[in-house]
Design a protein around this ligand. Structure first.
Ligand SMILES: NC(=O)c1ccc[n+]([C@@H]2O[C@H](COP(=O)([O-])OP(=O)(O)OC[C@H]3O[C@@H](n4cnc5c(N)ncnc54)[C@H](OP(=O)(O)O)[C@@H]3O)[C@@H](O)[C@H]2O)c1
Length: 289
């Protein structure tokens, strides 16, 4: 299937749905008991089904996740893939950003990232220093776009003021339950300032799907979709919002892809926004910086 793209007025565009890799190969540390083959197979199955957008980070399993992604994409046409990685918060100094990116590129086995993200806002390091390194990576063609993750509006403005390159993307915790981007004005800011907001954890690691509330079941019935498909489509149906879900399970992968290519009515999007129970104002996992 063709995954629809979302674009900015600046001309930047990317696939609206991608596959995340958090928990592939381990969590913060490499897990020797991880089923690497299952993760690699899932990424390859996703590519066969039309997914081109993959998200990883140097922090995931101490770089091992990037290696798994590299193994999975080996032999695929790199020009058709959109690969994102992230520099972690301890590497925000100029030389560290450059070295981290080089290591990540090597692990993934690619000569560029389509987008490279600052994983978190780190107030202790001058933004100008970090961005000088990002600008150098851009100038050298090692990264094609600059993005950030877990940045609130003020941090985003600070980052944008420190680079002549346009920051096209902010990846934050956002789903039917976790509403920090709405509550803080970040979603509106992105929509008004030509920035894509990427919603990480769209199914709240599966928790949204365990005993779904009545409104989610009602929407699933109305659209003849599953609760996971409603949760993902609710994000994709919103202006300037893209999302990425992790799965190593082929049935989940197919289910999640069923969230794409159709549109919920505006009334239903807004009803879910206002009536979905148990909404949280901030992320307990990674709060906005
Ligand atoms: N920038 C950041 O700080 C940040 C933070 C967190 C995440 N992220 C990125 O965003 C991606 C997505 O977030 P996430 O992985 O935390 O959460 P998620 O995509 O909401 O959930 C992934 C979990 O839900 C399960 N799952 C997925 N689809 C399912 C379905 N249809 N039915 C039942 N279970 C399903 C997966 O298990 P199975 O594998 O068994 O399907 C996995 O355990 C990450 O992988 C990562 O790339 C970024």
């Amino acid at each position: 299937m063709d995954i629809p793209e979302k674009s900015l007025k600046s001309g930047f565009h990317m696939p609206s749905f991608g596959i995340g890799t958090w928990q592939m190969g381990g969590r913060l540390e490499y897990n020797p008991a991880n089923d690497d083959e299952a993760d690699i197979r899932a990424i390859q199955a996703a590519i066969e089904l039309g997914v081109t957008h993959f998200d990883t980070a140097e922090q995931y399993a101490q770089g091992y996740t990037e290696e798994l992604l590299g193994k999975a994409i080996l032999g695929h046409d790199r020009s058709k893939l959109f690969i994102i990685s992230k520099v972690m918060d301890i590497n925000m100094r100029y030389d560290d950003v450059l070295a981290a990116c080089e290591r990540s590129l090597k692990r993934v086995g690619t000569d560029h990232f389509d987008m490279y993200l600052l994983h978190r806002y780190v107030p202790d390091v001058p933004m100008e220093e970090t961005m000088r390194a990002m600008d150098k990576l851009m100038a050298e063609g090692l990264i094609r776009n600059i993005g950030v993750a877990n940045y609130g509006v003020e941090a985003f403005k600070k980052a944008q003021a420190a680079t002549a390159n346009k920051i096209v993307y902010d990846q934050v915790h956002y789903n039917l339950e976790v509403r920090a981007p709405e509550r803080t004005g970040l979603l509106e800011y992105c929509q008004h300032n030509d920035v894509l907001l990427a919603a990480w954890r769209p199914v709240q690691k599966g928790a949204l799907l365990v005993n779904p509330p009545a409104i989610l079941l009602e929407m699933a019935k109305k659209y003849d979709k599953t609760p996971a498909q409603i949760a993902i489509n609710w994000l994709l149906s919103q202006e300037n919002v893209v999302t990425l879900a992790k799965t190593s399970n082929l049935e989940h992968l197919k289910e999640n892809l069923g969230a794409i290519g159709w549109q919920m009515s505006t009334d239903d999007i807004e009803r879910l926004r206002s009536d979905y129970p148990g909404q949280q104002d901030s992320s307990a996992a990674v709060p906005l910086g």
